[in-house]
Unconditional design. Sequence first.
Length: 436
Amino acid sequence: MKIAMVGSGYVGLVSGACFADFGHDVVCIDKDPAKIDSLKAGIMPIFEPGLAELVTSNAKSGRLSFTTDLTEGIAGAAAIFIAVGTPSRRGDGHADLSYVYAVAEEVGQALNNDAVVVTKSTVPVGTGDEVERILTEAAPGVKFAVASNPEFLREGAAIADFKHPDRIVIGTEDEWARGVMREVYRPLFLNKSPILFTSRRTSELIKYAANAFLAVKITFINEMADLCEKVGADVQDVSRGIGMDGRIGSKFLHAGPGYGGSCFPKDTLALLKTAEDYEAPTRIVEAVVAVNDSRKRAMGRKVIEALGGTDAARGKKVAMLGLTFKPNTDDMRDSPSIAIALALADAGISVSAYDPEGMELAAPLMPEVKMAANTYAAIDGADAVVIVTEWDAFRALDFDRIKRIAKAPVLVDLRNVYDPAEVRAKGFAYSSVGRV
Ligand code: UGA
């Protein structure tokens, strides 16, 4: 089956490469000639473990190709995926659908065979209706259907998530389109990955509801962590204690500096806007967004406290380990590190940082921070070390070395990577999240 993937960003590229790996003929299309040229040369525009190998091997076998020409790319495709960005619209938090609609228009003008047009981009409820309207106008007389097929890929684990999904959600009321989508996902179907067919609007909402619910879980445990610190309890045990209840589930209950990334912050905001437009306010999500926003800067205050308070902290130096919003990505979007670095700079603290993949994208976002060549170069002369992102590289720090090169043995562990008793036994003043 021929599949066209319009948009070769994170979602489009991972999905396209995985579909090709299943044996489909995939053409990835993107407007950006530089991106297409690099992909043809095997250079990935993003950092994602395993992606370069997957793209290269499928391109070599002839199942995966790249083009800037949409008309050529979609010709003969039975399924045409729209996988372009839906950033927050400047000013109001609504999802910006201009890229999705522009692609729909172009597809409509170029379409001359039967095809299912599938939105994979994260789009608010009702977007599929508008895509259908655009296509009906632009491609009269061509048989098509519009389906919704949200992605549930985590950055850093996207290929595994694609190949072993908890579920595949497909939203379309059209029986023919359901058949085409069954064919698209046949290899996963055979592996018994559950496919949930729903209406298009339901599928669009499932995506937002899933991300919002995960954001609720994280924010809930973060607030429990704050309470744990006050009452002398241990948040990791609280997570375990509640997570063992099958109704609650143990995942996404790791307390930390607040969620970031390209999805949760943007999608929770967009859901709030939809809820507002339809006069069905989602108060819980409103609270989650506000609590998470204030949490990031509060983490800066936690570091200042570890340095002895505002007066003592002024003029001191902090080493930040990890800048990306989570490990195994170079993505800096809405990363807590940005607010933390700013809070420290505002308090007159100088900051050096090291991140295995994120420094290039981080540097312009935090001009006040000095990027170091490696972990220990960042720590050299620091009055406190802060673990912001739980990269594996920071899980086995050389504490003796830190004591030799840092000004003081102070560790603030915002990801609860270490055991408090063990670190304290090495002579460190140690603070973490939700543990005393
Ligand atoms: C998220 C969802 O997990 C994916 O299912 C979804 O497809 C994706 O958004 C999307 O909409 O495209 P992602 O943003 O890559 O994926 O990252 P997550 O692993 O979900 O982490 C998000 C943030 O939550 C990170 O800042 C992470 O550190 C934080 N987090 C996560 C916690 O603080 N605690 C947890 O227990 C889990």
